[in-house]
Design a binder for this molecule. Structure first.
Ligand code: SF4
Length: 334
């Protein structure tokens, strides 16, 4: 059970990034998770059936599409729960599970047509893999996404998994793409007005202790607008779970993660908005590490260590004299 958050703190908080989204959609945001019934090339046999070593196929989606609920019905069902928390929030549709461009350009266009007319929708966040965008082959699916920017969907964020910039780590995790593919996807997406949010994962097997910071160095060279940091979770049914159960892998402890995260933040370009600091396990999927259940405790650990070190985002290489606003990387959304 998570402990309640400490009182408002000028250095760390854990709300979504307020100024980032305010500048783009005109206010605080709430995301509404939608399931368009897509799969993943790393699961359906296109690339592999094994999936990434850390991925829990069961925990990824809502399953509402498979239950016969279309996007409009899902939106209508979920909206009251979202609005009761924040009636004035701007609403973002969130196609989160699996690879939401793993389909034909025509089907992707049809899905976006549906999303664009959802009542009150202010934008879209869409998770996918960099190798599901027709790079080097006409980039048709990127063109479909780009065509919706400013046409019904003023804001589209592409949530792109990188996890690590180390190709050996990616290969060992069974990702099925390399860092160069990610870089090409980011450049092509940004050129179409899509806002790219990169996902990084700390502590994969074979990763060096400074893998997260090195991955941030890589992101700094790209037109990335945002990043989500994740600590590695051992989830039921995954290849990593089998390794962990066999005693052949131990996930990072809380203090180790905090240290790696802070080093990465210190090296992160100040304009890149941090949208997540700690991973959220789906209910029932977590095997280890136990500390991740107490998200607020983990965030407080990061906060206290940042205060102790008197440090901030971009301190190393970008703003060594101090950030004009320590809350810079919390461009928060309440
Ligand atoms: S993490 Fe993403 S890309 Fe990897 S198997 Fe799971 S859904 Fe597919």
């Amino acid at each position: 059970m998570s402990t309640p958050p400490p009182s408002a703190d000028p250095v760390l908080s854990w709300h979504p990034p307020r100024l980032f989204f305010s500048a783009r959609v005109g206010g605080r945001v709430r995301k509404v998770p939608l399931d368009a019934g897509f799969s993943c090339p790393n699961r359906d046999g296109t690339l592999s059936r094994a999936g990434c070593s850390f991925c829990n196929a069961e925990g990824s989606g809502t399953g509402l599409y498979a239950q016969g609920l279309g996007l409009a019905a899902q939106w209508a069902a979920l909206l009251p729960r979202v609005l009761v928390k924040d009636p004035r929030a701007r609403l973002l549709a969130y196609l989160q599970a699996y690879s939401n461009t793993h389909t034909s350009p025509e089907r992707l266009r049809a899905v976006l047509d549906e999303v664009a007319v959802l009542p009150g929708v202010a934008g879209l966040c869409l998770g996918t893999r960099p190798d599901c965008l027709d790079l080097g082959a006409g980039e048709a699916r990127l063109d479909v996404l780009g065509a919706f920017v400013g046409r019904g969907l003023p804001f589209i964020q592409l949530d792109l998994g990188l996890q690590s910039a180390d190709d050996a780590v990616l290969a060992r995790a069974g990702r099925g793409h390399d860092a160069a593919c990610f870089a090409e996807a980011v450049r092509a997406a940004a050129a179409r007005g899509l806002c790219v949010c990169a996902h990084l994962l700390h502590g994969l097997p074979g990763a060096r202790p400074d893998d997260l910071a090195r991955s941030v160095d890589f992101l700094n060279t790209l037109p990335v607008a945002a990043v989500k940091f994740h600590n590695l979770l051992i989830c039921r049914g995954t290849a990593l779970a089998r390794l962990w159960e066999a005693g052949r892998f131990v996930p990072a402890g809380r203090e180790d993660y905090a240290a790696a995260l802070i080093e990465a933040l210190e090296r992160l370009r100040p304009d890149i908005c941090v949208q997540r600091l700690i991973a959220d396990p789906a209910p029932g999927e977590l095997l280890a590490p136990a500390w991740t259940v107490d998200k607020y405790g983990a965030l407080d650990c990061v906060r206290r260590e940042m205060v102790r070190r008197n440090t901030w985002q971009g301190r190393l290489g970008f703003c060594p004299e101090g950030s004009p606003d320590w809350t810079l990387y919390y461009k928060e959304d309440g």
